[in-house]
Design a protein around this ligand. Structure first.
Ligand SMILES: NC(=O)c1ccc[n+]([C@@H]2O[C@H](COP(=O)([O-])OP(=O)(O)OC[C@H]3O[C@@H](n4cnc5c(N)ncnc54)[C@H](O)[C@@H]3O)[C@@H](O)[C@H]2O)c1
Ligand SMILES: [Zn+2]
Length: 358
């Protein structure tokens, strides 16, 4: 397994590298004048981190959605300008997707763009968001409304950070990875199926899965960095997953919600005659290993459908979702909410269709 992915992007190539010791890498890579944006929780959980970053200018933040909002960025930008941060210095994010988005967005607008580095510390950011260039921040209560495409110069992945993640965050990350494996096709799904049980604790198997999902994502973002067409397939499970997150007031972690979303997409695909039952059942059994132990609360289907209709990937009044004709054959389509589809979605939650094979 190659320890380093070299990703082509519109800003030149950047690397995502598996490292064995974040402290050593920080000592090697950081330069005086660099400014760190650090997740407060990670700093508390990983005592050696505080020692190794002591000499650097830093902003320590609580990872909340309000911290990654337009209004909350002003103090960080003011501090950077007043402390004479220059275009020669780098921003360095240490944390999950929230530190990433704050740092990437700020880097993209400061002095028309400064370089940034990323040490992703949770599974969702290590297996997915750390590559792909997207930067999004919130505007008030409106999530991810502002942003662009601005990749880091380098990503350093130390899987030992994952040792302090709660079990459901590991499952959530595995759920996120499952969407890459299913979209990729038979080979990657079989690879994942054989490893799922051992991946629930941080270690070499989980690292292999992270590498495999990044490699799948890399191939796609090099083709469609700006999400103009082919990359849309990675929205598989996501429209339904986002609606589920919203309907449960974010009580279901993202990757777990996406796993339910993929099963619902597969059921609808089967309902439309696009896939045969055994395929849906096989995927369901793999996905069930992600969500087992999660009990979904009662879902208000009207609220779920309203959230689905508000998805920002929709076009006009059409609800756009990713359905499938088979492994590796996901495609974007308009969802027609006729009586049959509504009934299936209602039964998915009310009768817990996700618990049973067809
Ligand atoms: N830019 C992108 O491509 C992209 C992609 C996906 C999601 N996002 C954004 O990222 C955010 C969600 O990302 P996230 O789930 O990584 O959120 P996050 O950054 O809030 O991290 C989730 C939680 O994990 C904790 N955490 C991080 N590392 C830890 C560790 N090693 N041990 C214990 N706890 C740890 C954090 O403190 C936080 O409480 C959302 O705002 C979403 O919009 C961005
Ligand atoms: Zn996702």
């Amino acid at each position: 397994m190659s320890e380093r992915l070299t990703i082509r992007s519109y800003r030149g190539t950047y690397t995502a590298e598996f490292i064995a010791d974040y402290a050593a890498t920080i000592r090697e890579q950081l330069r005086p004048g660099d400014h760190l944006v650090v997740d407060r929780n990670v700093l508390e959980l990983h005592a050696p981190l505080a020692v190794v970053i002591a000499q650097f200018a830093k902003t320590v933040l609580a990872p909340t959605e309000s911290a990654k909002s337009y209004d909350a960025l002003a103090p960080l930008i003011r501090e950077l300008i007043e402390q004479r941060f220059t275009k020669a210095n780098r921003l360095v994010a240490i944390g999950g997707g929230i530190m990433q988005d704050i740092t990437a967005f700020t880097a993209s607008i400061l002095f028309r763009g400064v370089d940034w580095l990323f040490f992703p510390t949770n599974l969702l950011s290590q297996c997915d968001s750390c590559i792909g260039s997207k930067t999004s921040i919130n505007f008030g209560a409106y999530k991810n409304q502002l942003g662009g495409f601005y990749p880091p110069r380098a990503v350093f992945i130390d899987v030992r950070f994952l040792e302090t993640l709660p079990d459901r965050e590991i499952r959530s990350g595995i759920g996120e990875m499952m969407h890459y494996f299913l979209v990729s096709g038979e080979g990657d799904l079989a690879f994942a199926e054989a490893r799922l049980d051992q991946a629930k604790r941080p270690g070499p198997v989980l690292r292999e899965l992270i590498h495999a999902s990044l490699a799948i994502k890399q191939a796609m973002i090099e083709r469609d960095e700006f999400d103009e067409g082919p990359r849309n397939v990675f929205n598989y499970g996501h429209s339904f997953g986002h609606a589920l997150e919203s309907t449960t007031d974010y009580g279901v972690p993202h990757g777990i919600a996406v796993s339910f979303g993929m099963d619902l997409a597969n059921l609808l695909s089967h309902h439309l005659g696009l896939i045969a039952a055994p395929l849906r059942n096989r995927a369901r059994r793999a996905l069930a290993r992600v969500w087992e132990g999660t009990t979904l609360p009662a879902i208000d289907v009207e609220r779920f459908l309203a959230a689905l209709a508000r998805d920002k990937k929709n076009e006009g009044r059409e609800i756009k979702v990713i359905l499938t004709r088979g492994l590796g054959q996901m495609f974007k389509t308009s969802l027609t909410l006729d009586a049959g589809a509504r009934d299936l979605i209602a039964r998915f939650f009310d009768e817990r269709l996700y618990l049973a094979d067809l």
